[in-house]
Design a protein around this ligand. Sequence first.
Ligand SMILES: NC(=O)c1ccc[n+]([C@@H]2O[C@H](COP(=O)([O-])OP(=O)(O)OC[C@H]3O[C@@H](n4cnc5c(N)ncnc54)[C@H](OP(=O)(O)O)[C@@H]3O)[C@@H](O)[C@H]2O)c1
Length: 438
Amino acid sequence: MHQDMKKTINVGVCGLGTVGAGTVQLLQNNMALIQQRTGVTIRVTRAATIDAYQHLDIDFKDLAVTDSVDDVLNDPDIDVIVELIGGDGLAKKIILEAFDKGKSVVTANKALIAKHSQEIFRSAFESSGMFGFEASVGGGIPIIRSIRDGFSGDRIESISGIMNGTANYILSSMSNDGTEFNDALKMAQEKGYAEADPTFDIEGIDTAHKVVILMELAFNAFFDFDQLYTEGITKIEPADIQLARQFGYAIKLIGQAHNSEKGIEGRVHPALVSLNNMLASVQGAFNAISVTGNFVGNTLSYGAGAGSHPTASAVAGDIIEISRRLTNLGGEATPPLSASFDRLEKVDLIPMEETESRFFLRFNTKNPDEGLAIVGEELNRKDIKIGEQQILEPGLNGEKSVAILIPAVSESKMQTALNHLNGLDALSGSIGYIRIFE
Ligand SMILES: NC(=O)c1ccc[n+]([C@@H]2O[C@H](COP(=O)([O-])OP(=O)(O)OC[C@H]3O[C@@H](n4cnc5c(N)ncnc54)[C@H](OP(=O)(O)O)[C@@H]3O)[C@@H](O)[C@H]2O)c1
């Protein structure tokens, strides 16, 4: 911990892209306000980025720009290194080297933290620098601070929510306008919500990165990212959304984790969310994250989950907290994962096959009565009960779409039954399934 009581903190930013440029803008535009609040002058003195950047709405008078991150890392006057390049190559080198030099680090890089958390947090633990990663989950929503500081006395029982704005924008468009998945994705890309390569967003991988980070913080352990069950939204059809609504549900991409007597469960998949649940009304590119603690009860945080300015707000919050500590507070900062690194162990997740869910099944058929009888009989043979049913016509290709709700059943039992059902001639195409969020 730095104990020198200086009043100016120098920041080096690696990556002047969407979030990097927003961060510099915020620190420059709100400089007087931040100074008034904290008594600290925070100056971005160096930035590393590659391409043309002069067009950005940034004052470059006192800001030296380089194309080499080493110029930032090796500047002895820089106190805080902000990594906003992304990925797990150069970004990892920047963070590890900065900690090695005793500098503090701020990042928004959820992919890197989720996949290399033990290495990154060990490096932070062994460094005299501090670590901020608020922007890695929920964009501008201060969810990391809420869990680490606000709920630090609670036993966290569950975390769940909508953590990817792109996927939520796509599902909202499909739901509001009946748009097909591919058209909704194209619209998201045109509006700048989706990357040219949207794989991480639509396949649930980005949400999974965020769930792992929240789990480590909330459940005081390290988890293996590859153990988290992850399923995206590419198989959702407008018919699923309409049928779900007939039952009183919306379809959302939900990341969730539970701390039960059996152990820790974590998963990401599309889910039917009751229209009475506030998560069902989260529209467009917004995020909402619910945390349940044994004393606080249910909480819900809502806001812009991404974008230049909201994410910059979270990055700036971390820079300011670190700057306050470096200049005014002294003493030990709260460990980045709440518990100190040396008190955290790796824990296995409960395998997905051992979890239980209610299910929504949907199939297309020319003859709903016959289809329902066959599916009902097959499920009955597998000891799976069927609940409410709904029919949508016209469904696909002049056929009818039939949906059935299935009461709670184990994942392994349901998957075995689905494999069997998919071989039946009476159903056109494969049978779609979506789990129901409790
Ligand atoms: N965008 C969001 O809303 C958002 C939200 C939450 C978290 N994040 C996270 O924030 C991080 C940054 O995302 P972003 O959207 O700001 O990405 P971005 O717009 O692609 O910006 C990345 C920046 O890094 C620069 N860069 C790439 N390679 C470099 C190198 N070798 N040396 C120096 N600079 C280099 C790029 O320069 P060029 O453009 O010239 O290549 C670009 O300016 C990622 O980890 C992302 O997951 C983003």
